[in-house]
Design a protein around this ligand. Structure first.
Ligand code: SF4
Length: 340
């Protein structure tokens, strides 16, 4: 019998039990964060809906993604989704930027049915200036997008988890379901309909050295900058129930250094064309998130956030700490086979 791959074993073990009815009526999480629309700094209202979750996570899933833990294990009904939305609206204070995630694809009808999608978009229409949702590329079609565009008086932004423009990195290391070309084509379709397209780029998938990871993101910025309105560099943080966590627990993976984030922004800025280039690291400074030595993490994270909001990357030039020498040395010795 052929042994099951590590990715499929991890996917099987993290599949959630169907949730109790009460869980389906509550969204996963909601918070407000700093963002920018153009040169204006604004507040963003972030909402994570509880849905059936990403179909790809059931089959194999991406090596760094543990969002399957936040899902129902079955489709939410329109009534359950409506109640989640009502609860969220009760906390909405007119933030100009709204971001809606589902631990999967907002445009997959198995997660959010078309009528519930339109109801959500209409609920923020005329209140938010920009509304973002995330989807896998195969669901970003004129059939799904045009009704939402017509229902929202403002700017819709479609986020795609491109991660890397290198087919080898995307397929073999990240384990995405589709090649980069499908993400790039989806970005073109989104923009062709007059909507904004945003791509997430993953910094340091498993099995890349720190330097290889930086080079991979820079190559992706150079290629995707022409096809997207915004690029967000997401350094890996260790989520439960993932291949990355499996490696981390065995000492075979270290989350990226914040110096690597700084490097991707500084060197990526001239490559990005007209796209915004940002990074807002999750779990920054924590052992399971992107981190430096502990002494400089807060300062470096603040500089990364400020540079991202203002699109002024010169702020990053003067950052210094003793640990930067260690990060540079690592870049030289890692290719020799020394573990991070
Ligand atoms: S990263 Fe996206 S596509 Fe991959 S398993 Fe997670 S939700 Fe699905």
């Amino acid at each position: 019998m052929t042994p099951e791959s590590l990715a499929r074993t991890v996917a099987r073990e993290r599949r959630p039990e169907p949730a109790a009815p009460a869980d389906a009526r509550r969204y996963v999480n909601q918070w407000v964060e700093r963002e920018a629309i153009g040169s204006e700094e604004v507040s963003a209202f972030v909402l994570i809906l509880r849905t059936r979750g990403c179909y790809w996570a059931d089959q194999k899933g991406c090596s760094m993604c543990g969002y399957a833990k936040d899902t129902l294990g079955r489709s939410a009904t329109p009534e359950e989704l409506a109640e989640q939305l009502d609860r969220a609206l009760a906390r909405y204070r007119g933030e100009p930027y709204v971001k809606v995630y589902t631990s999967g694809s907002f445009l997959d009808g198995r997660e959010v049915d078309p009528a519930s999608r339109e109801a959500l978009v209409q609920a923020f229409s005329g209140k938010a200036r920009r509304l973002l949702f995330e989807t896998l590329p195969e669901f970003a079609t004129p059939e799904t997008l045009i009704p939402l565009r017509d229902a929202f008086a403002g700017e819709l932004e479609v986020a795609l988890g491109l991660e890397s423009t290198d087919p080898n990195v995307l397929g073999r290391l990240v384990h995405k379901n589709a090649p980069p070309s499908e993400y790039l084509d989806a970005g073109d379709r989104v923009r062709g309909l007059g909507l904004r397209a945003k791509a997430y780029l993953l910094l340091k998938p498993p099995y890349l050295t720190e330097r290889e990871a930086v080079r991979d993101v820079l190559a992706s910025i150079a290629e995707a900058g022409r096809r997207f309105d915004a690029l967000s560099v997401n350094p890996v943080h260790i989520q439960n129930g993932t291949v990355v966590e499996w490696l981390y627990r065995r000492g075979r993976y270290r989350p990226p250094w914040l110096w690597s984030v700084v490097e991707t922004l500084r060197s990526g800025a001239p490559l990005r064309g007209t796209a915004r280039l940002v990074s807002f690291p999750t779990a920054g400074g924590l052992p399971r998130g992107p981190h430096n030595c502990g002494k400089c993490d807060t300062r470096v994270l603040e500089a990364i956030e400020t540079a991202s909001l203002r699109q002024d990357f010169t702020i990053l030039d003067s950052l210094e700490c003793d640990c930067r020498v260690g990060w540079e040395r690592l870049g030289r010795i890692e290719p020799l086979g020394v573990e991070a």
